[in-house]
Design a protein around this ligand. Structure first.
Ligand code: ASP
Length: 277
């Protein structure tokens, strides 16, 4: 975690908390926090999103609130600075949950969301070369951004925004825009936002799995640990989780070596670290 990333995270935490203190919703706090990280270009989301193997940034994001189980998401979105806001607009302005690809972009432009153009032209690679690159590379670059929040009305919310993983086929979609996989929020259980290798997170429907354990009375730390251990044991997955229960207990847990994350309860400085026990 660079100093710039650390400062940006602390600022984003402070901004999100500021919304909650002023009586704003958990949903607004999550959108604002993620929006600042997308805007910065310092993370794998928004301006800084990874590129797929054809050189194009295609972004995924989702947001969900726990009072009415409303959710919105976008996948394979191009050229928009704030996919998380596009996701919230899908939730609030449509009867749907997920919009994808160029038509998700058209939807975002209709609402005049800020646009950005990625530096560099798309690569014209044959499909054989794209497939070869995909299988050759084992490197993982993460940096997805996510947030969970609880407001004074007792509503929880969760969100995530990402440019995906390293060496993705064009058109690959990860866990982040899939409700129940990368993100889930329910006032009867809690809020979860995931990061890590999306394919494994999807196959075990991790965010909902953690929420189900919260609903059974497990603490956020125990619920996260149980599900992440299962992910590793069953399919050698790799992930980290932000978990918040409706009574305000939370846990940050990861099976990856590092996970840069933070929290703030309004006193002292926002806590930002690169590893959690
Ligand atoms: N979960 C994201 C994905 O698979 C990547 C990440 O968390 O960094 O798209």
């Amino acid at each position: 975690m660079t100093p710039a990333q650390s400062t940006c995270r602390a600022d984003a935490l402070a901004a999100g908390y500021g919304i909650l203190v002023q009586g704003g919703s958990a949903l607004a706090a999550v959108e604002c926090t993620i929006g600042l990280l997308e805007q910065s270009g310092l993370f794998n989301a928004g301006r800084g999103a990874n590129r797929q193997l054809d050189g194009v940034q295609r972004m995924d994001a989702a947001i969900m609130e726990g009072a009415h189980l409303q959710a919105g998401a976008v996948a394979s979105l191009e050229g928009i600075v704030h996919p998380i806001t596009a996701a919230r607009l899908v939730m609030e302005k449509t009867d749907h949950v997920l919009l994808v690809g160029p038509l998700a972009g058209r939807f975002a432009r209709h609402f005049k969301l800020d646009r950005h153009r990625a530096i560099g032209a798309p690569r014209r690679l044959s499909y054989d070369r794209i497939l070869a690159r995909q299988t050759r590379s084992t490197a993982e670059r993460h940096g997805t951004v996510g947030a969970v929040a609880l407001d004074r009305f007792g509503t929880v919310a969760a969100g995530a925004s990402t440019g995906g993983i390293e060496s993705m086929l064009p058109g690959r979609v990860g866990d982040s825009p899939l409700i129940g996989c990368g993100v889930y929020a329910d006032n009867h259980s809690g809020a979860v936002s995931m990061t890590g290798m999306g394919e494994g997170i999807i196959r075990l429907v991790i965010a909902k799995g953690i929420c189900d354990r919260l609903a059974m009375g497990k603490s956020p730390a125990v619920a996260a640990r149980q599900v992440l251990r299962m992910l590793v044991a069953r399919i050698r997955g790799s992930a980290g989780a932000l978990v918040l229960s409706p009574d305000g207990r939370f846990a940050i847990r990861h099976m990856t070596p590092y996970m840069a994350a933070g929290w703030w309860n309004g006193t002292g400085q926002p806590n930002v670290r690169g590893q959690f026990p």
